[in-house]
Design a protein around this ligand. Sequence first.
Ligand SMILES: *[C@@H]1O[C@H](CO)[C@@H](O)[C@H](O)[C@H]1NC(C)=O
Ligand SMILES: *[C@@H]1O[C@H](CO)[C@@H](O)[C@H](O)[C@H]1NC(C)=O
Length: 372
Amino acid sequence: MAALINEMMMFVVSASLLVSGGGAWTQQQQDPQVPCLFIFGDSLVDNGNNNGLLTLARANYMPYGVDFPQGVTGRFTNGRTFVDALALLLGFRSYIPPFAMVAGQSMLRGVNFASGAAGIRDETGNNLGEHIPMTQQVANFASSASQLRRFLRGNNSLNGYLSKCIFYSGMGSNDYLNNYFMPNYYSTSSVYTPKAYATALLQDYSRQLTELYRLGARKVVVTGIGQIGCIPYELARYNGNDGNNPCNESINNAIVLFNSGLRKVVDNFNKGQLPGAKFVYLDTYHSTKDLAQHASSYGFEVIDRGCCGVGRNNGQVTCLPLQQPCNDRRKYLFWDAFHPTEVANILLAKKAYSSKSKSDAYPLNIQQLARL
Ligand SMILES: *[C@@H]1O[C@H](CO)[C@@H](O)[C@H](O)[C@H]1NC(C)=O
Ligand SMILES: *[C@@H]1O[C@H](CO)[C@@H](O)[C@H](O)[C@H]1NC(C)=O
């Protein structure tokens, strides 16, 4: 985090030093690497779209946002989310606004459509209340794009513009957490084996991503699901006593099926199924596992409990209004029972942006995708 803050401060300093010089070069330094960033997803990247909904999946109260300059916004972490950090790395000077609070020309830089508790399946997250599922997020993009047409004159220029933008989609965690592994509320686990469920999810998701392509997306980043068998929420529910591995491996195994299928979907899209498109698969499972396995080298001291929360591992429910969080957030991998801290989000964004390892970003990283 310190490094990113330093980068930002240096940016501000060098930008103001350059102002007196003026000229095209200054301008170039300030332009983001892509004209816009559109975001689809769940609470890992939601930045306020659930604030006006009737749902328990809301984070527009303290201490959420305790380390965010603007304070409480609806972000489900103490500071910046993964996509906030990514936007900075891509050279955007401010964060991508939530769909619920943006209109008109300002949508040209991109829009964040993400909604806490949302999933690929419409019913996912119903246990928590209202939310905006992926199908509706894509429909919201379609309506935004048709408004943008006015500012870009004609369909061709809209398509040309959108083809340069980055589309980020992180979906699926809730289709497990708030669906498949919640058998008292959802029947999916009695209808599908884990393998059949992953296949059904990927069919729906492929359709949704293909619709984004039809609407103009060409540079698309999709994120696999993290190691959710190891989040504090699952550790708090864990009934076993395997001291060496406290994670819930039946959950992790189900996630691996989804992730490996998603990687194949990306391969097929790139091999000509969606001509002219380039998809990147982020292996969040690998990246989150790496953060936990090499915790101390990243400066983490606590990886099995939330910085804020209640019950065993601070993992039984999310951080409650006005609850006192831990003091040193930088030492925690998890902010609450489900969501990484800001510092973890920044590390994950850096890997996605510039890692040379195909087990972080495949077949390209986001920096390379931006340059295409
Ligand atoms: C622009 O695209 C929309 C939706 O794809 C279509 O309905 C409309 O006819 C197009 N307009 C022009 C001028 O091509
Ligand atoms: C792992 O999670 C599943 C689904 O929630 C649960 O049925 C199972 O009991 C958990 N395993 C252990 C060892 O806690």
